[in-house]
Design a protein around this ligand. Structure first.
Ligand code: B12
Length: 441
């Protein structure tokens, strides 16, 4: 049997239907497509996508409960990484070298530790392997499930035959052109709803909504400012940045935004644990025992307190303490969650998000759903979640240590690759602008 078929059968037999292969000719792009960085001599990538649990998405968007979606992410991250490991072992048994790719938090070392550039981009891997194409939000979309998918992959020195690509503009010029609900689902509107920008991959310009400022997303996704710009909805974050309530700073004021993000992030008292839990779940394969007795998403009890208890127990097993009262590290991702497999499904998810209102911590610190901004502003009890000065200081120190230990450094080769990549990208964009009157929207 051909190795390509054996690999796909292996993955599919373990319940993952969406799997594609990208051979050595598919990785001419940004530094995060350099296979050598993740494994010397690597030639190919096996990419896989697993859909999010749909009922959990609905509970999350409808502000009923964030727990099922958080449990879904935890279970899937761990299960996909186990499958990656099994597949890597399978390839090693056949005489190849292979490595499972972490699901996230595999950031490269950089002088600015929060730059979040991955060792390998799973999105670009999925595009290269023909299982996905760019969506407007920058998330990649699959034909089967939309953008609401987890991506995983294995890197190997086997030379694999590539699968057919989905055309770069397949979704952007198709469903996305009439939709753009992802842009309106992002609380701070991180990416533009009209103007496009591009990533250059294998001679193709891959479009996506222009990033207005990625720190808007960092602020929102890490729960530091959870209110939407039009005040109509929120994500599941605990905090607001008071100066941003009236209006967000202009996206080009990069330093102002960054300083507000850091100030808010370093005064929550629990930012280390909230990030560390993601790092532990997305980057480390834990022994099977960690999930022993943890229910499946469909079997979660209906009581919210009991659900939090289960998530807190999971975190205790990962050695994370201090966020038991709100054990919800994944609090946004709404741009991906609304994007379903059909325009009708996306419209329905978006309708639910918009009509569900906002959640804020009430006097007892518990997340409470309200319909309007006025109710949210009146109910929101900053004091119920305010840490002591000692806890704040400990958190700042722990965050500085964690991020510097794992992500601080200088990588001249990466910097050189990026400089070359950006030159290539600029030339390709200029050539495109020469051919057409303006960017695709
Ligand atoms: C870092 C990261 C983030 C960061 C930054 C996001 C971003 N746009 O880069 C934050 C925390 C904000 C984030 C948020 C989210 N993320 Co995220 N994230 C990642 C991670 C680790 C890398 C993303 C990436 O590829 N960035 C690099 C490139 C492609 O993006 P770029 O910055 O725009 O690239 C430009 C330049 O930086 C340069 N460049 C590219 N690579 C490199 C490398 C170096 C060294 C340098 C110098 C430059 C450079 O070239 C590019 C073109 O100009 C991946 C996991 C992985 N290892 O792939 C998950 C991942 C992309 N995230 C995911 C998800 C789901 C989300 C969220 C929806 C939140 C959530 N988890 O629910 C939001 C979506 C935000 C959005 N609209 O993009 C999924 C995507 C699923 C999908 N369908 O696409 C992934 C694949 C995780 C997974 N295993 O499923 N994420």
């Amino acid at each position: 049997m051909k190795l390509e078929k054996e690999i796909k059968d292996f993955v599919r037999s373990r319940g993952v239907g969406l799997v594609g292969l990208a051979g050595p000719e598919r990785f001419d792009g940004p530094p995060s497509t350099d296979l050598n960085y993740s494994m010397k001599g690597a030639k190919s990538v096996i990419s896989m996508a697993v859909p999010y649990h749909v009922a959990a998405i609905y509970d999350f968007l409808a502000k009923l409960s964030p727990a099922p979606h958080n449990l879904d992410q935890f279970l899937k991250y761990q299960r996909i990484m186990r499958l990656e490991k099994e597949l890597a072992d399978f390839l090693v048994e056949r005489g190849f070298r292979a490595r499972p790719l972490p699901m996230s938090c595999d950031y490269r070392r950089a002088p600015y530790v929060f730059s979040l550039k991955p060792a390998f981009s799973l999105r670009l891997g999925a595009i290269a392997a023909g299982i996905a194409a760019p969506g407007w939000s920058g998330n990649v979309k699959t034909k089967e499930y939309g953008a609401a998918v987890h991506l995983g992959g294995v890197i190997t020195d086997a030379v694999l035959e590539s699968d057919p690509l989905i055309p770069a503009n397949y979704f952007i010029d198709g469903v996305c052109a009439k939709c753009k609900r992802c842009a309106m689902s992002c609380p701070p509107r991180m990416f533009d709803a009209k103007e496009a920008e591009y990533i250059h991959l294998n001679g193709d310009l891959l479009p996506r909504g222009r990033h207005r400022n990625i720190d808007y997303c960092n602020t929102s996704c890490f729960g530091l400012h959870s209110l939407s710009v039009d005040h109509k909805f929120s994500n599941w974050g605990l905090h607001w940045i008071d100066e941003w309530v009236e209006r967000l700073p202009e996206p080009r004021k990069r330093l102002t935004i960054l300083l507000a993000l850091l100030k808010r992030g370093l005064t929550t008292g629990d930012s280390t644990q909230r990030f560390d839990v993601l790092r532990r779940v997305c980057y480390i394969i834990w022994p099977d025992d960690v999930l022993k007795g943890i229910p499946e998403v469909d079997d979660l009890p209906s009581d919210e307190g009991e659900r939090y208890h289960i998530l807190a127990e999971l975190m205790r097993r990962l050695d994370i303490k201090g966020i038991e009262s709100y054990p919800i590290p994944l609090i946004c991702g709404q741009c991906a969650l609304v994007c379903g497999p059909t325009p009708e499904e996306t419209a329905e998810r978006y309708r639910i998000l918009r009509s569900a209102g906002l959640v804020v911590p009430g006097p007892d610190g518990k997340m409470t759903r309200v319909n309007t901004f006025e109710e949210a502003a009146a109910l929101r009890h900053k004091d119920s979640i305010k840490p002591s000065k000692l806890r704040e200081a400990r958190d700042i120190l722990a965050t500085a240590i964690l991020w510097h230990r794992h992500y601080f450094g200088i990588q001249p080769r990466t910097m050189y690759q990026n400089w070359r990549y950006e030159r290539k990208l600029r030339a390709a964009v200029e050539a495109k602008r020469g051919q057409t009157s303006g960017p695709t929207t």
